[in-house]
Design a protein. Structure first.
Length: 253
């Protein structure tokens, strides 16, 4: 009986001592409460927690990642889209992360969903598709400012997908095709304008120089002559007619 008492007297304190020891890793901190009141933050390493008097809550300091569930968003131009995102965050104030909010991951997730709908609803569809970096920064700024009271730092927000229904995809394709046609017509019109300006300059030069007109005439004939299927009629130059008329008059005299 005595030996049994001795064994119990040894094992009970040993068990209490072992149960009081906690080990936190390098990326963990322990928030210790003394009789229900916040006492201090401990770690990393070996921590002694007095059973029944103290309690410890572990907090992971590494960057956490979670997906924002798909949200139905109506853009400013009344287009219905489905959007989801991913949020990167980490705990920077362990005390506030445990005391100020019950579950900081759940709270941040709910806040991210409402912020995503609110921010994207203020933009048109084209902005959602073309300006994701700006939208990511806007959402991150809003989340970070509100999570600061919980000791949470939002590192980054990335919009993953913006899903559009089939009818809207076809409408966007038609819009893109119309835009390409418009640009092609503008380019053609600009080319015609530039060509007309050059033709006008050439006409001014030719009108003031009869030799230049004759040279242009010969170049045109040479270009036409390369096509063997065409029949070419060479008009008799007016200058030659005038020369022959003068020679005939001189002979008649």
């Amino acid at each position: 009986m005595l030996s049994y008492i001795v064994v119990v007297a040894i094992l009970v304190p040993l068990f209490l001592i072992l149960s009081a020891l906690r080990v936190t890793r390098e990326y963990e901190r322990g928030v210790v409460f003394l009789l229900g009141r916040f006492w201090r933050v401990k770690g990393p390493g070996l921590i002694l927690v007095i059973p029944m008097i103290q309690q410890m809550v572990r907090v992971d300091l590494r960057t956490r990642v979670f997906d924002v569930p798909e949200q139905d968003v109506i853009s400013r131009d009344n287009v219905s889209v489905k959007v989801n995102a991913v949020v990167y965050l980490r705990v920077i104030d362990v005390e506030r992360a445990i005391i100020q909010v019950e579950d900081y991951m759940m709270a941040t997730s709910q806040l991210a969903q409402t912020t995503l709908r609110s921010v994207l609803g203020q933009h048109e569809l084209d902005e959602m598709l073309a300006e994701r970096d700006k939208l990511n920064a806007d959402i991150q700024t809003i989340l970070d400012s509100q999570n600061d009271a919980w000791g949470i730092k939002v590192m980054n927000v990335e919009i993953k997908h913006v899903d559009i229904n089939e009818s809207m995809i076809r409408a966007i394709a038609r819009q893109a095709e119309a835009e390409r046609m418009r640009r092609a017509k503008v380019i053609d019109a600009e080319g015609e304008l530039q060509a007309s300006e050059k033709f006008l300059e050439a006409a001014k030069v030719l009108s003031g120089n009869s030799q230049a007109i004759q040279l242009r005439y010969l170049n045109t004939l040479q270009a036409i002559a390369t096509d063997k299927t065409s029949t070419i009629v060479f008009p008799f130059p007016v200058d030659m007619l005038q020369l022959l008329a003068r020679l005939t008059e001189e002979r008649n005299r």
